[in-house]
Design a protein around this ligand. Structure first.
Ligand code: ATP
Ligand code: MG
Length: 298
């Protein structure tokens, strides 16, 4: 754990020295790495747009949200799939803290699209994406969508106990409006999931339609946050095709699983496309305290 942390910091330091970002230059431009530093978040004032947005309370659902079919959550199914954030409970706390920190950072920079990504398979991306998304249902003033962008091995639907009638691919290629495919959890979480895997996702992801579809979804549901569950960065080109359409990314690594070199390569490649908000260390059982989740700070 220490070794991984030190090696990562060294690589990051070397890269930073090459990029030399100017902290006085305002929101981080694409291609630089930002880390989750809670004290920095508290110290810097939110810009006016973000301030206005935090004051908005939505007492009633808009027609666009009301028209969506509701998903009835099965608490046992959620817990079996490690989705802990439906209710406030001790196991939800690390996800809630992470959600709040990432959301504040997004507001501060006027970012709305967050990709969840990892270097290799099985780090816990989908579990984390679902926990963040479901956690937002306890923050009803924030409109959120969770999109399963892992078209080869979609798992969001399975984790949340939702079998979509239509495939999300149809929305992505422009054959279907989003409101015909997505479902709603509570009053503020829209879920776009897939039932079957897509054999050649590059046809869908490089179709040139993605940016327009994301814009349509964002506008239709007046989204504050769009969460995208991505495939592993280093396995295929699929993640790269999506990353250029997001504002920022959170990298998930897994203790005793992710190698330092993989993490460094992943961070560097993600930073070429978008802003890195931080790195989580999932499934870490070597820490003091109750949390099995952590994130790195400079
Ligand atoms: N902190 C954790 N402790 C124990 N098991 C976990 C933890 N986080 C995730 N898992 C389990 O690890 C497996 C992989 O998790 P998940 O599917 O979220 O990873 P992923 O990064 O999305 O994988 P893929 O790259 O295949 O999409 C799942 O069975 C999940 O329940
Ligand atoms: Mg996954």
């Amino acid at each position: 754990m220490d070794k991984l942390q030190k090696a990562l910091e060294k690589a990051r330091h070397e890269r930073k020295a090459r990029i030399s970002p100017d902290p006085a230059a305002g929101p981080a431009p694409q291609g630089t790495t930002t880390t989750l530093d809670p004290t920095a978040l508290a110290a810097e004032p939110l810009d006016e747009k973000a301030r206005v947005r935090t004051r908005v309370i939505r007492p009633t659902m808009s027609p666009a949200w009301e028209a969506l079919p509701g998903l009835m959550p099965d608490p046992n199914h959620f817990l079996q799939n490690r989705i802990m954030t439906l209710q406030p409970r001790p196991e939800a706390t690390p996800f809630d803290i992470l959600r709040t920190k990432v959301f504040l950072m997004m507001q501060q920079n006027n970012w709305t699209r967050l990709a969840i990504i990892s270097p290799d398979k099985g780090c816990g991306k989908s579990t984390l994406a679902c926990n963040l998304a479901v956690g937002f249902t306890r923050q009803p003033e924030v409109n959120v969508a969770l999109l399963d962008m892992d078209l080869r091995q979609p798992s969001v639907g399975k984790m949340l106990g939702h079998t979509p009638k239509e495939e999300f691919k149809e929305v992505l290629i422009g054959n279907m409006p989003p409101e015909q495919q997505v479902v709603r959890l509570a009053g503020n979480l829209a879920i776009a999931a897939s039932k079957h895997s897509v054999q050649d996702p590059s046809q869908v992801l490089l179709s040139g339609n993605i940016e327009q579809v994301f814009d349509d979804i964002q506008t239709h549901f007046a989204l504050d946050v769009m969460l995208l569950d991505l495939p592993p960065m280093l396995a295929t080109d699929d993640a790269r095709a999506v990353l250029k359409h997001v504002d920022c990314a959170l990298i998930v690594s897994r203790a005793d699983h992710t190698r330092v070199g993989q993490l460094d390569t992943c961070e560097r490649e993600v930073a070429e496309h978008t802003n890195v908000v931080g790195i989580t260390l999932n499934d870490c059982r070597h820490m003091d305290g109750e949390s099995s989740y952590d994130y790195s700070n400079d």
